[in-house]
Design a protein. Structure first.
Length: 376
């Protein structure tokens, strides 16, 4: 197992994320404890020492199951990470109550790593509101040793992450972002990496395979990659891409079965980072995956012609994300801070925006489809 140094501790370069554990009868809240225990045993035997869970994973059951399984191992044999659930604004005033409950659920006296969960447009104001006392309380837990290392995860855009860092950056020790070869440009991950580097923060990676979408590619793309590395499995390319980014310390993968775990551990038996030429080919593959996205350049000609005053470039950006993830959570989450009168369903289909769009995007059709997808 490849290892990375973080301050004075040695971490496995691959961590086991407990977001997509095996479940029973397709019910996300019913974790298959026997299969999960087998996975943890295999991970322990093969060098994984970092385990990542969260308050809301698997309907609140992830912390319970991981705590139950991990307590069978010596406490010093693993590093456990969980997060304060600011993904739900109702939790913002409950940091002490939740933290104490998390220790109980995870069967531990302290957390090795603790994160502000999913800093984004929806919750940044609440996270930074001193009245909620979140940072103050977590720093006290760190001082007492119940948190060993404090960081944050973020799905928000660059500006949100920078705002958080400007306020709390002096207290953060690491940052977890969505990083893969598609999001290198699609979600501006490259710029986020550069920002975190300015703050001297090591990077934890989530969604290295984009929820599994990068585990299998179109046949032509797979043939291209196999020409360059005949023995390399397709999912491994995503990990090799990350191995070429020096700021990356931890790569988390939400593995759902033993086979996935075995394959990923085999990949992390050694480091084989991509060459510059291989990286260029992989990024061209990413461009191919994104070729059906609407080619909005954010010129904003459209906004001056919209009778409803919609921020069309931003809505199209979220629409592209929603389509690519096949109706994922990021777009609905981002829209929570957008006034209802500025949502895509407000579009009246007048096509005034389309008349001035240099890219000739059928904006009215995109807004209608976006609204329909959100209803589902």
């Amino acid at each position: 197992m490849v290892v990375k140094q973080f301050q004075d501790i040695t971490l496995s370069a691959l961590g086991l994320g407990a977001l997509r554990l095996p479940v029973i009868d397709g019910d996300d809240a019913k974790i298959d404890e026997e299969k999960t225990a087998q996975m943890v045993a295999y991970a322990m035997e093969h060098g994984i020492n970092y385990y990542d869970t969260a308050w809301g994973y698997h309907g609140g059951q992830s912390e319970l199951v991981m705590g139950k399984i991990l307590k069978q191992y010596p406490r010093e044999s693993f590093y456990l990470a969980t997060k304060f659930p600011g993904v739900d604004l109702a939790n913002m005033g409950k940091v002490e109550e939740i933290f104490e409950k998390q220790l109980e659920k995870c069967c531990v006296d302290y957390f090795d790593f603790y994160l502000f969960h999913n800093v984004c447009e929806m919750n940044i104001d609440a996270y930074l509101d001193e009245a909620n006392g979140i940072l103050e309380y977590l720093l006290k837990q760190k001082e007492s040793g119940r948190i060993r290392h404090l960081g944050f995860s973020a799905h928000g855009e660059y500006a949100v992450i920078k705002r958080f860092l400007d306020a709390y950056g002096a207290h953060m020790e690491f940052c977890q972002i969505q990083l893969n070869y598609v999001d290198w440009t699609f979600q501006s991950a490259k710029e986020k990496v550069e920002l975190l580097t300015q703050y001297h923060l090591p990077i934890w990676v989530m969604e290295p395979l984009r929820g599994g979408k990068l585990a299998q590619l179109p046949e032509k793309a797979e043939q291209t990659l196999r020409t360059l590395r005949p023995q390399e499995e397709i999912p491994a390319w995503a990990f090799r891409f990350l191995q070429a980014i020096p700021q990356v310390t931890m790569v988390l993968s939400g593995m759902s079965n033993l086979k996935q775990l075995q394959e990923n551990i085999a990949t992390f038996a050694d480091e084989k980072p991509l060459s510059a030429d291989e990286n260029a080919v992989l990024l061209s593959v990413a461009d191919g995956l994104l070729q059906h996205m609407l080619p909005c350049t954010a010129c904003r000609y459209c906004t001056s012609h919209c009778p409803k005053g919609l921020d069309i470039p931003e809505l199209l950006k979220l629409y592209n994300e929603h389509c690519f993830t096949q109706n994922g959570f990021i777009a609905p989450m981002a829209l929570k801070v957008v006034p209802k009168e500025k949502h895509p369903d407000v579009c009246i289909g007048c096509r005034s925006c389309e008349a001035v769009c240099p890219q000739q995007i059928k904006i009215s059709e995109a807004m209608a489809d976006f609204a329909k997808r959100l209803e589902k």
